[in-house]
Design a protein around this ligand. Structure first.
Ligand SMILES: [Fe+2]
Length: 142
């Protein structure tokens, strides 16, 4: 069963293998999280799902940010700020899922995550990928 993001598309690829592998995993995780959030009425299960997503998002952001540092990416600070904002949004929206009546909050976080992922990866991460691919130095940049 697909999730709100549908199936992975080749146009999501940025041609940086490490980033693409992590994005694909992140994409599948959002789809699974959305399916399970819609199916469960267990508060602890919802909390565990949000924790899982939060942990993977943090890992992925640190990984991307390390690549930005190594390659002296000029828009690093702005990009990092967008990552921080997503973690804050996850925390705020995730805490709403711990309330008893969550139908609206579940739908809202699923929509938010889907839109954030597609917008961020296809626009903001793509800018970084272009920078990496066009950088003149070929050796050990990341
Ligand atoms: Fe990013």
């Amino acid at each position: 069963m697909a999730g709100p993001l549908g199936a992975w598309e080749a146009c999501y690829e940025l041609d940086i293998e490490d980033i693409d592998l992590q994005h694909h995993f992140f994409f599948n995780l959002i789809n699974r999280l959305a399916r399970e959030l819609l199916q469960t009425d267990n508060v602890q299960h919802r909390g565990a799902l949000i924790n899982e997503l939060n942990a993977y998002a943090k890992f992925h952001f640190i990984s991307e940010e390390n690549m930005m540092r190594k390659s002296a990416y000029p828009h690093f600070l702005h990009h990092q700020e967008l990552h921080v904002e997503l973690i804050e949004q996850l925390s705020t929206r995730g805490s709403m899922l711990l309330l008893p009546d969550v139908q609206g909050a579940v739908e809202s976080i699923i929509t938010f995550l889907g839109e954030w992922f597609l917008q961020h990866t296809r626009e903001v991460d793509r800018q970084f990928a272009r920078y990496l691919l066009e950088a003149p130095i070929e050796d050990s940049r990341w």
